[in-house]
Design a protein around this ligand. Sequence first.
Ligand code: SF4
Length: 109
Amino acid sequence: MKEVTPYRRVIIEPNTKWKDKALCIGMDADIFFPERDGQPIQGGRGIYSKARKVCERCPVRAECLNYAFHFNMIEFGMFGGMAPKERKEHFARMRQLLKSIKAHTESKS
Ligand code: SF4
């Protein structure tokens, strides 16, 4: 039996309202999660090209990316049109920005 990672469940088993509008619902999960045996596979941007095309048209792309950020989903799969390496860099920038905002807010109080 093929292992279903928690990352796949996010897409396969929608449980929040925004996921009802996700374009990937019902699609082959392997397109969005091309890892094997719980390990990310090595490859260029090409391994996510099909997923990327779907995500580009998805009306809940921002919500999907925010969900991944909230749950720190970096290692596997495509979220919000970003592959793991892209998310890792994007999330690092977001955390830095949030840190700056927090420091600024605390300095004002
Ligand atoms: S952005 Fe991509 S992975 Fe996220 S819900 Fe939309 S189609 Fe699915």
